[in-house]
Write a protein that binds this ligand. Structure first.
Ligand SMILES: Nc1nc2c(c(=O)[nH]1)N[C@H]1C(S)=C(S)[C@@H](COP(=O)(O)OP(=O)(O)OC[C@H]3O[C@@H](n4cnc5c(N)ncnc54)[C@H](O)[C@@H]3O)O[C@H]1N2
Ligand code: MOO
Length: 383
């Protein structure tokens, strides 16, 4: 167990602890945003046949040529061309045997059946295998499938793809002070995490199977944790991570013989976050302050999800900060904001209990030390 982990160390440790979930084979058309479980290879050469890159004439031997027919896309010519002959050919049509090159129609001189023009060997011909050989790896296991990749794998002959099963998540929201609808009253606060966590988790590739609200009583929290550990691939809890008299996350994990993996991370905000497992099911303990909860979701939750799905560890890109950033000694600070014209622009309303900064930001600058405008800083995008 790591107590008071460094932010980067917490991300690495949170990634390294879990086994990849099993995979399933599903229709290629349903695979957007899913994660490849195995390498995807080209089942055919790309292009599969030598094809014409232009509409024009396929010619054989030296000109002038006699036009003897037409080749349409999808209907290859039977037999090859003979010396001194040409056929009209469409873009994407299979090149007839013995073709010397293609003359685009707009630079060809045609008079009845007679064709004249300049041509070099192989002109406007796309050879088979130009883009990929058969068996070549087009995307490695762990790649998240975007629409472009799905198009590529369709062209390469796939109908089904082997993808990692979607992790099933349970959310457990702790707290006696939360009200679920209407206006807050009598010291109660509107629940700001229940409505947003499913959205973030969906964007991270997780399916939320249940959301439970549990009062700050140790036996109730323990019961809820035990039930969630039985049917979830990962559990996210909110609040109850500090050491107050009604903060029960650690005690409930201990009562169920769970094991803490990371106990607090030296980051502002989000410091009391916790990562544990109960029977190898990851429990990500997000602090109750709403912005701190999202910092913890990205610090611990994202690496856990990436590991469960066999994705690669996320690498952070460097950007230039357009604002000075103050960082408390010994801590990493995650600062909400946006990239504007390539520069980091700090958000407004950044208190850990506030939501306006989060609501109008696209990510966090990750600052390891205090810095001035113009210095490089890592960028952690919101999902
Ligand atoms: N004596 C100390 N107190 C606190 C410390 C500390 O080091 N010493 N750490 C502070 C930090 S940092 C954070 S972050 C919070 C973490 O608190 P918990 O995870 O124990 O959560 P709660 O105390 O239950 O709630 C904190 C705060 O968040 C509000 N909250 C909780 N759930 C929701 C929700 N679903 N929607 C909206 N708001 C929510 C709750 O009402 C509290 O205001 O502890 C500090 N304290
Ligand atoms: O770190 Mo707490 O997470 O400051 O609000």
């Amino acid at each position: 167990m790591i107590q008071e982990a460094h932010w980067e160390q917490a991300r690495v440790e949170a990634y390294s602890f879990w086994k990849k979930l099993p995979s399933e084979k599903i229709s290629l058309n349903l695979c957007v945003d899913r994660t490849l479980a195995t390498d995807a290879i080209a089942l055919v050469e790309l292009p599969t046949y030598p094809t014409s890159a232009m509409d024009g004439y396929a010619v054989c031997g030296k000109g002038p040529w006699r036009i003897v027919g037409e080749v349409k896309a999808g209907a290859p010519m039977k037999g090859g061309l003979k010396e001194g002959t040409a056929v009209k050919i469409a873009t994407g049509a299979v090149i007839p045997d013995k073709t010397f090159g293609i003359i685009r129609w707009e630079i060809a001189t045609v008079d009845g059946d007679n064709l004249n023009g300049e041509v070099k060997e192989g002109q406007e011909i796309r050879p088979a295998g130009l883009e990929s050989n058969k068996g070549e790896v087009l995307a490695t296991a762990g790649t998240v499938l975007n629409p472009g990749l799905i198009g590529l794998l369709a062209a390469a002959g796939h109908d089904l793809l082997e993808v990692v099963r979607i992790p099933k998540a349970t959310i457990i929201l702790l707290g006696d002070e939360i009200v679920l609808d209407g206006l807050p009253h009598d010291g109660l606060v509107r629940d700001a995490l229940g409505p947003q966590l499913p959205g973030w988790l969906h964007k991270l590739g997780v399916e939320v199977i249940a959301t439970h609200y549990v009062s700050d009583e140790l036996d109730l929290v323990t019961k809820a944790f035990a039930a969630a550990a039985k049917n979830s691939d990962v559990v996210f809890t909110t609040a109850g991570t500090a050491d107050g008299p009604r903060d029960h996350v650690r005690a409930a994990i201990a009562a169920l013989k769970g094991e803490l993996i990371i106990d607090r991370v030296k980051v502002r905000p989000g410091h009391p976050m916790v990562l544990a497992h109960i029977n190898k099911v990851p429990f990500v303990g997000l602090p109750g302050n709403p912005q701190s909860a999202i910092v913890a979701l990205l610090t611990l939750g994202q690496p856990v999800i990436d590991a469960l799905m066999g994705r690669k560890e996320a690498e952070l890109h460097q950007i230039v900060t357009g604002d000075d950033i103050n960082v408390p000694e010994g801590f990493t600070r995650l600062v909400l904001g946006n990239i504007v014209d390539g520069w980091f622009e700090m958000g407004e309303y950044l208190g850990s209990a506030m939501l306006r900064g989060l609501a109008h930001s696209t990510g966090f600058a990750v600052a390891e030390k205090s810095m001035e405008e113009g210095e490089m800083v890592a960028w952690l995008p919101l999902p």
